[in-house]
Write a protein that binds this ligand. Structure first.
Ligand SMILES: [Zn+2]
Length: 201
């Protein structure tokens, strides 16, 4: 009973955080022609897929990337070389807010059993500078996200039911890391993960 309570609390928590993020983005979001084509394509195999839910998911992941102060905080949500992770953490030091203002799904493809989406993102960043002043900057990103090809939006919720193969503890659904022994789950078997991250501006 207690376990069920924890699981449903987690489900509600993830659901709410994605929805809040999705709502906030939708208010200021412009949808491009390429986005509708990609969405149409994905909805054929994943009926729950929606651009809003995906954007909420990406905002949650970008929050983790921008607020991380050590590599471990990134969990398995971003799979890029170690030195690139270190650089991101250094670049985003003192970032206190990251807000997606525009998002375009540029392209979709499948290769070796993995689905990829290319996304271009505009975001506003707020960063603490010296003397406790806050500066705002615009950032433009080109990212690629991936997940196993037979995965659907509702599979994301399975992470919550999943227990660590090593110690049996719960997995943090946002980062894919075991809450107890810190073993990492292959998050792309359940949800989108970032496989390329490039700052354009
Ligand atoms: Zn564990």
């Amino acid at each position: 009973m207690l376990l069920l309570g924890v699981i449903s609390f987690n489900l509600i928590f993830i659901g709410i955080s994605f929805l809040i993020a999705a709502y906030a983005i939708k208010k200021g979001m412009k949808t491009s022609i390429s986005s509708s084509r990609v969405v149409e394509h994905l909805q054929k195999k994943d009926t729950l897929f929606s651009e809003e839910l995906l954007m909420g998911n990406i905002q949650t992941k970008l929050d983790i990337v921008h607020y991380a102060n050590k590599i471990e905080n990134l969990g398995t949500i971003i799979q890029i070389p170690e030195q690139d992770k270190i650089k991101l953490i250094e670049d985003y030091k003192n970032v206190i807010c990251c807000k997606i203002t525009k998002c375009a799904l540029i392209d979709f493809n499948t290769s070796n059993g993995i689905d990829y989406i290319d996304i271009q993102i505009d975001a506003d960043l707020y960063q603490v500078i010296k003397e406790e002043k806050i500066a705002s900057n615009k950032e433009q990103l080109k990212i690629k996200i991936m997940r196993k090809t037979d995965i659907k939006t509702n599979n994301m919720l399975e992470i919550i039911m999943h227990q660590c193969e090593k110690c049996g503890a719960n997995i943090d659904p946002l980062t894919g890391i075991c809450n107890y022994c810190k073993t990492s789950l292959k998050l792309e078997n359940y949800d989108w993960v970032i496989s390329q991250y490039e700052k354009i501006k």
